[in-house]
Design a protein around this ligand. Sequence first.
Ligand code: FES
Length: 116
Amino acid sequence: MLTANCQLPTAGATVSDLIKLTTESELPPANEAKEFSCSEKTICIANVNGTYTAMDNICLHRGGPLGQGMVEGGKVICPWHGWAWDAKTGAAEQNPSMKVAIYPVKIENGDVLIEI
Ligand code: FES
C-alpha cells in the first residue's frame, strides 16, 4: 500500500536534508517491508529485526516493487523474481555489482525522516 504523506524539503534546503517520509506508527512490523511515496520517488522501508532501513523501491533487475517483498536474513526479497537486496548496502545477492540506493533513516518524535 502506498502512502503519500512525505513532506518535501522547504525552499533553500540542501539535497542531503532530512525529509519526513511517514510516521513511526506506519512502519512495517519486524521482518517486513513497506513502500512509501515521496515526491516522484517511492521508497521501500524494511524492518530488519527492529532496525529500519530505506532503499529505492524499484528493483534493478526488472523494476519490481521491493516494498511489496519479504525481508529474510537482512535482505529485501523482490516479489517478482526473488532477487535479494541487502538492506544495509543495497547490493544484490545475485549480482553484488548492482546496488539500489540506500538512504539513512532517523526517527524523531514519532516522525520517520530519511536523507535523500
Ligand atoms: S524485478 Fe526484482 S527480481 Fe526481477
